[in-house]
Design a protein around this ligand. Structure first.
Ligand code: GLC
Length: 670
């Protein structure tokens, strides 16, 4: 018995409208429009694949009816194939696997880009894979997923927005929605119909490498900013529009406050163990998912790699979220009536104790519906997953009803996305990618995300006529300011993408002389105002953990990266001291995925201090507030500690004594 699915709009208004036109113009006299088809929709394009003889191919029927009809026609092999998601790299040289195995989905992981990495190359790749899926017996179209987490960030030329921690500093959910919509438009125009975003994680341990993927440490802020989901998906019935994608609320749940030292493998925090009571977990980790499901009707949820260990029951029994039936099925699907699909994280089930057969059965039975088993064989991937799950059903380890529920959820997403009527990429918006209009929104977001922490003697805003002396390792590096999940999984200081660095922005805004000397070795002109831009190199996931792995992950990285410590580097510290000693005023900008430690003696030399976070491609937004084109309005989304030893430190803690409190942010006038 399938749970009645709340419809995100069986098919969108455009398809219904087209259907209505088609029906009125061509429908045989006997086919009265079924009762559940609304007739009050405006005209739009006619669907291209209407087939009124086979129910699941008939867009006039409800999603419910179409899913039921299709499911009843599917073999076990076809059902299990729908539950498997492969990586682009593993199918691109042999796309026939998609048809042979009846794969439900393909993803591009971070940096997994088609040759040329152009919008057309993306769309051609996705469409070629779609051809394979449509050639199967039942012609079930393919879902293609990507991590568009701050714009369509894998794609060269996409608008790259501030990472979520900066958006949290804006406290502007409508802006988050606008960004989600632009991201959806740039993503869908190149083929992918699904983004693994937003992360609604609540980062309470800043030594975590994914702190910047969070909107902040307060679950109420994460709830507020999850409005981004509506930007991705639109309102009821818009999912099949060419500027919308299925969203993913992730990582369910508690990924943001695992205990330091419990990280998985080489990680110190990431994928670790959340040790807490059920009540505290509900308040801090689960609460953002209530709005994501109930208010925003998010189409998918991704469990966390991490585990939960209940203090209620006495610590010592951590359960991986990917095998956590109490939370995935009990809380999310049953208590909160989540009717979308649960997609596993990258090979996450391999961290569940037991054999692969036990891992697969445990995760499917816990309520995970589709499995990101990216590899084609060695190491174990989607072919073995399909074999193993098929055996598990045949052996009775996994009930058929669970398979039918999972596949129904997957098919529902595909119907709601309009993929049965319009399976191929609608490229009408492809020229909007990276457009001036999109970049203006990104620039606005950058400006609103800047947090003014200190501003002695009203140092800021600078006057446009001032001479400016710019130093620091992050002033002229678009790769650093974009951070991880940009072009490649880990990001890279050397990445070049269209946009402006912070130095570009300063040079464009200042009418006085601008001197740029990264290490402050050039003389500081008399009367010049100093701006020193410091921060972190890019990283992603556990590679960003304090004390985490240092080896590079991007192709071509040959030497170890410097360790991540939340401390300002010696070189940048020296640059700050040099500039602050010589310049008329001294402003320090921190480009980082989390707070960085500013020791008291250094802070004493600094006149103005700004948290820039990871602004993305539009560095001019930083200059907009530096020079008063816009006022500083940002507020800290996370607590700014005095030292790393204070971590984890969060608003509401007893003896809360940070350098700058959650919510702090000085304002200036324009
Ligand atoms: C990664 C991340 C997850 C991402 C997925 C696909 O490991 O944990 O956030 O969506 O794999 O790239």
């Amino acid at each position: 018995m399938r749970t009645p699915h709340r419809r995100r709009g069986a098919i969108g208004a455009s398809a219904f409208a087209g259907l209505l036109c088609a029906t009125l113009l061509v429908a045989p006299a006997s086919s009265a429009v079924p009762a559940d088809v609304p007739t009050d929709v405006p005209a739009a394009d006619a669907p291209t694949r209407a087939d009124h003889t086979t129910p699941y191919k008939n867009p006039r029927l409800s999603t419910e009816k179409r899913v039921d009809d299709l499911l009843a026609r599917m073999t076990l092999a076809e059902k299990v194939g729908q539950m498997a998601q492969a990586e682009r790299v593993d199918v691109v040289d042999d796309p026939g696997q998609i048809a042979e195995l009846g794969l439900g989905s393909v993803l591009s992981g971070g940096g997994s880009v088609p040759d040329g990495n152009t919008p057309e190359a993306w769309a051609d790749t996705v469409d070629a894979f779609q051809e394979q899926a449509l050639s199967t017996r039942l012609g079930i179209p393919l879902l293609y997923g990507v991590d568009s987490v701050h714009g369509h960030n894998n794609l060269h030329g996409a608008t790259v927005f501030p990472h979520n921690i900066g958006l949290g500093a804006t406290r502007d959910p409508k802006l988050a929605e606008r960004i989600g919509h632009i991201t959806a438009e740039e993503t869908r125009a190149t083929g992918p119909q699904w983004t693994f975003a937003p992360c609604i994680c609540v980062a309470r341990e800043d030594r975590w490498g994914r702190t910047y993927e969070s909107f902040g440490e307060d679950p109420k802020l994460a709830t507020k900013m999850s409005q981004m989901i509506e930007g991705f998906q639109g309102r009821q019935g818009q999912l099949d529009d060419p500027d919308r994608v299925l969203a993913t609320a992730k990582h369910f749940a508690g990924d943001g406050f695992t205990v330091f030292g419990t990280g998985e493998g080489d990680y110190t925090v990431d994928q670790g163990i959340t040790q807490t009571s059920r009540a505290e977990f509900e308040k801090l980790a689960l609460s953002p998912y209530i709005a994501a499901v109930k208010k925003h009707d998010v189409g998918s949820v991704m469990p966390s790699f991490s585990s939960v260990d209940w203090t209620d029951d006495g610590l010592g029994n951590p359960v991986k979220m990917h095998a956590n039936k109490e939370l995935v099925t009990g809380w999310l699907k049953e208590k909160r009536d989540f009717d979308g699909l649960v997609i596993s994280d990258w090979r996450a089930i391999h961290q569940i104790p037991g054999t692969y057969a036990e891992q697969v059965a445990a995760s499917v039975n816990a309520g995970v519906d589709m499995f990101m088993e990216p590899f084609s064989g060695d190491p174990v991937g989607y072919p073995q997953f399909i074999e193993t799950l098929t055996s598990a059903v045949e052996d009775g380890a996994v009930p058929t009803a669970r398979i039918d529920d999972a596949v129904s959820r997957i098919l529902t997403a595909k119907f709601e996305l309009g993929l049965f009527e319009k399976p191929f990429t609608d490229r009408r918006n492809i020229d909007e990618i990276g457009s001036e209009a999109h970049r203006r929104v990104a620039r606005e977001a950058v400006a609103k995300s800047q947090v003014l922490l200190k501003n002695s003697h009203r140092t800021l805003p600078l006057s446009g006529g001032d001479d400016v002396y710019v130093a620091g390792s992050k002033a002229d590096s678009i790769g650093d300011q974009a951070g991880g999940w940009t072009i490649s999984w880990q990001g890279n200081s050397t990445h070049q993408i269209p946009g402006d660095t912070i130095l570009d922005g300063i040079s464009a805004a200042a009418r006085g002389e601008v001197t740029h000397s990264p290490d402050a070795s050039a003389p500081v002109p008399a009367g010049a105002h100093g701006v020193v831009v410091v921060g972190e190199h890019p990283y992603a996931e556990g590679f960003g953990d304090v004390g985490g792995p240092q080896w590079g992950y991007d192709p071509g990285e040959t030497e170890l990266r410097p360790p991540l410590t939340m401390q300002i580097s010696e070189e940048d510290t020296a640059a700050i001291e040099t500039v602050c000693a010589a310049a008329a005023t001294c402003t320090v900008l921190v480009v980082s995925g989390r707070p960085m430690i500013v020791p008291p003696d250094l802070l004493g030399q600094i006149d103005a201090l700004v948290a820039c976070w990871l602004p993305g491609s539009e560095g001019r937004g930083v200059a907009d507030v530096l020079f008063g084109k816009r006022a500083f309005t940002g507020k800290l989304p996370v607590t700014w500690p005095r030292s790393v030893d204070q971590e984890p430190i969060n608003v509401g803690d007893a003896d809360y004594d940070p350098l700058y409190a959650f919510g702090h942010g000085l304002r200036t006038r324009r």
